[in-house]
Design a protein around this ligand. Structure first.
Ligand code: ATP
Length: 223
């Protein structure tokens, strides 16, 4: 279980806190939907859950161990709406995918990236093997987003924070992508936090939907 307890975070020392003792539980093998208005703090919470921001106070514990104590691959992967920000523009797509496999032999990495591209290609062409030798600027935003998600799953995270990951996709591709994620949830026990403004999408893909505001000031454990 991913347990975030009483997280507080403000972006400037004198500013209002964006996270105000926000708490949530994300179970393995489940999809939890998170909704809330623009600017509320959902992406801030996402960054803290993934360990990319340190909260002013509060804890994030992943499968019984504080997030800060995990070494090696991040147990919580974050995929954002704008995939180009998460990729080195000088890398080919095969190197972008290989980033999820640090420390492996070159030949093994090449094999895995080819296999992953073929496997994702089988899901209605979500990722094409033909993209592997291209640079990120040679793919569309939606294509890059699928590569970004494939890379995040290749790292074998325990939990995935998916922040508006399908907002730039057409309806059919969106359905196929969530179907692919569902498969991962069922097969590997991945826990997913799906952040979106799209209530209809969340109703479709999530086991439960919570509102960002309702997570504030509701500690999971006694103070
Ligand atoms: N790097 C930053 N530096 C300063 N302020 C920030 C930073 N990132 C976000 N903020 C501020 O924190 C608040 C919450 O932003 P956040 O991106 O978490 O909201 P959100 O709920 O994800 O919004 P949206 O749905 O529009 O993506 C906003 O007021 C935003 O301006």
């Amino acid at each position: 279980m991913l347990v975030a307890d009483r997280l507080t975070h403000r972006w400037s020392r004198t500013g209002e806190p964006v996270l105000r003792e926000h708490s949530l539980r994300l179970e393995p093998g489940r999809v939890l939907g998170l909704s809330g208005p623009s600017g509320a703090g959902k992406s801030t919470l996402a960054a803290v859950l993934a360990g990319l921001r340190t909260p002013e106070s509060g804890t994030v514990v992943v499968d019984g161990r504080p997030l800060a104590e995990w070494t090696g691959p991040r147990p919580v992967q974050l995929v954002l709406q704008h995939p180009e920000r998460a990729m080195n523009p000088r890398w080919r797509i095969r190197d972008v995918l290989a980033e999820a496999l640090p420390g492996r032999r070159r030949e093994a990495v090449a094999q895995v990236t080819e296999r992953v591209a073929q496997e994702w290609d089988a899901h209605h062409g979500l990722v094409s093997p033909a993209w592997l030798d291209r640079f990120s600027h040679e793919l569309s935003g939606g294509e890059l987003q699928r590569v970004n998600l494939a890379r995040a799953l290749l790292a074998r995270p325990c939990y995935l924070v998916a922040d508006e990951i399908s907002a730039s996709l057409d309806a059919l591709t969106q359905t196929v992508l969530w179907h692919r994620l569902d498969h991962e949830v069922a097969e590997t026990g991945l826990g997913v936090l799906a952040i979106s403004h799209d209530a209809a999408l969340l109703a479709q893909v999530a086991d439960e939907v919570v509102d960002f505001a309702d997570l504030a000031g509701s500690p999971l454990t006694p103070a």
